[in-house]
Ligand binder design. Sequence first.
Ligand SMILES: [Zn+2]
Length: 268
Amino acid sequence: MPELPEVETTVRGLSRVLKNRRIERVEARRPDLRRALPHDLGQRLTGANVTELRRRAKYGLINTDRGDTLVFHLGMSGHWRIDPSELGKHDHFILTTDEGHRLALNDARRFGSLDLVRTDELGEWAPFKALGPEPLGLGADELKRRLAGRTAAIKLLLLDQRIVAGLGNIYVCEALYRAGIHPGRAGGSISLERLKRLVRAIHDVLGEAIAAGGSTLRNFASPDGELGYFPKSFAVYDREGQPCQCGGTVRRIVQGGRSTFYCPSCQR
Ligand SMILES: [Zn+2]
């Protein structure tokens, strides 16, 4: 499942062929993904110039000179392909640039989405309105304020998009491990000192993954041109029963219906 670093890597990869280019052709090969595509997608994007690409939480944003932003979400299985040698049945949406690059949004499970939002209204757009701050820009003082009085487990609070936007299960597990914080600890009870370590850990795990993804972009002329997915290694995530480097054993518990991996010796 694509997490923030995959989305960031995808945005950077798309930017290389889309930024400052004109969209020559738009092809929606089905009417919907998770929800219906905007009916006027082709009309509003065809002939528009792409001015900027950005990421917000786990959404990719493609701004045009017509004041529109194409917002994509990769859902469970979505990814963009650049210049695929041939189109497959899961390539649902195709953009062709004035340089002849063909970009295909491939989404086998169709949990992804495409929306067209006026750029100056993005802040008021329903999915963005309640989003908390970006994890990479987050400071410990702000996190402390956001957790104040909260008795829920820190693991669950960090997954709450209203508190921090775009952090997923993998990176929450890894960041809590690096910060030495037990995933079940009540969010509001964690000292500022420990939250500083946590914020640093969040920045580090995301930054390292984005760097790893960036290094795969150099050779993105893979046969498939697939963007955004890269091999990763984790200290605790998906390592139940395996040794921690402290000599202890990684455990798995279920919180809010999802697996948490942690080391009971390192995390208090
Ligand atoms: Zn350990």
